[in-house]
Ligand binder design. Structure first.
Ligand SMILES: [Fe+2]
Length: 416
């Protein structure tokens, strides 16, 4: 039953990657708008390479094409050399058609292996491959958004995405918690990435956390208050980056005839002040928090709040809006979904962290420097992919992910 379940999940996840590319032209599939973003065609091939390299090769199966490991290995030094990341968009070959044939060939081989009582350790690697592919499905959307949203015509990714009228935003309120020793991280059972383990105790002093992420209205107030020009709100590296790169507003915002508009996957439209704000870097999140008289939550604070929730309520990619909604309900809202929330925590190993054995030890562990932890998933994340213990991570300058801000304070004096 478990193997059957894995086959059906495998088919569903694999099909979804192809479906996400259906609105794209052939040319859209191949372009790379910056070194951080990969072409859609590359995502389709790389996610396939993952099963070929970590499952099928273990079964002694030869690769579909031995030259393609060089083209579609992402960052695994133990597997071998690879094309430089910034040059992924220069590969017009293999063609999209060849990449889709590659997917079909590997899918057939994985399905056959699962049919023949695949060893539990290899089943676990197929499962890892599914979670890996779901991560790439979100990247595929953020990367195509960047490619389309930074070219002159600002083409929509899809013309059928619904954009409802302005909603009434819930007032920002605070939930206060007393000091407590809490357990965070994933337990031994069930799937989790290695960076979520081991589960361990942390002292969390008394704090207050905002009931919802900040909305565009608050970002507009920050801009109107000269927030981007006021160095005392900013970390030094953040202020220097904002100056160098000309940050005056979140990514994708532009003024048209004096009106703030933003590109999203449905095209350009006027900013809705009630919608949860997105495409902010850690540095902007931190500056906005300081401007507001608050700070960002630590990942232990965030997880303590999230693990107490009964449901992972919030909006996911499955809701098919592909943009955050306004938080309209009182009480804790959008802890999960809508936007990944920057935390004040550096992405470092938990005490007792053990990376996966072999080449897969490179999956998470080697990136534990110079990045910050994000929590909760977003409106571009597949439903069910994220847990309370899930640790995402990006550089503090990254803005093209679906990232937002939830405020926290030390107990006693919430600012609003
Ligand atoms: Fe990957």
């Amino acid at each position: 039953v478990k193997a059957l379940d894995l086959i059906s999940r495998y088919r569903t996840v694999r099909q979804r990657s192809v479906s996400l590319c259906a609105p794209l032209t052939i040319e859209d599939h191949a372009i790379q708008s910056m070194p951080d973003a990969s072409p859609a065609k590359w995502h389709l091939a790389h996610t396939t390479w993952f099963y070929e390299t970590f499952v099928l090769a273990e079964l002694g199966q030869a690769p579909h094409d031995e030259r393609w490991s060089y083209a579609f290995n992402s960052y695994y030094d133990a597997v071998g050399p690879r094309v430089e990341r910034a040059r992924r968009g220069l590969m017009s070959r293999p063609s999209l058609e060849e990449v889709l044939a590659y997917r079909a060939a590997v899918d057939e081989r994985v399905a056959r292996a699962l049919d023949h009582a695949l060893a539990p350790a290899l089943q676990a690697l197929v499962e890892l491959g599914l979670h890996h592919e779901q991560q790439h499905q979100e990247l595929l959307l953020t990367d195509i958004k960047h490619a389309l949203g930074t070219q002159p015509l600002r083409p929509a990714y899809r013309d059928d995405l619904v954009r409802d009228g302005a909603a009434a935003i819930a007032p920002l309120a605070w939930v206060e918690l007393d000091e407590e020793v809490v357990e965070i991280g994933a337990g031994d059972r069930g799937f989790a990435f290695d960076n979520e383990r081991p589960r361990h105790r942390v002292i969390v002093p008394a704090f207050a956390i905002a009931t919802r992420p900040i909305a565009n209205a608050e970002v507009l107030a920050f801009i109107g208050d000269g927030g981007y020009d006021e160095p005392r709100h900013w970390l030094a590296e953040g202020f220097a980056t904002a100056r160098r790169d000309g940050w005056r507003a979140p990514l994708y915002w532009e003024q048209r005839d004096g009106v703030w508009c933003a590109y999203d996957l449905a095209g350009v439209r006027e900013i809705d002040p009630a919608e949860t704000a997105c495409h902010l870097s850690y540095f902007e999140a931190d500056a906005i928090a300081r401007w507001a008289g608050a700070r960002l939550p630590t990942e232990a604070e965030w997880e303590r709040v999230a693990s107490g929730l009964r449901a992972r309520a919030g909006h996911w990619a499955d809701d098919d809006r592909l943009h955050p909604r306004a938080a309209t309900t009182t009480g804790l809202a959008q802890v999960f979904g809508d936007v990944w929330e920057w935390t004040a925590s550096a992405y470092v190993p938990y005490p007792g962290f053990r990376p996966l054995p072999g080449a897969l030890g490179e999956y998470n562990g080697k990136f534990m420097s110079g990045q910050m932890v994000l929590r909760g998933g977003s409106c571009l994340t597949p439903r069910g992919h994220v847990r309370a213990s899930y640790r995402n991570f990006f550089a503090p300058t990254a803005r093209w992910q679906m990232t937002g801000v939830r405020l926290a304070t030390d107990r006693g004096s919430p600012p609003w």
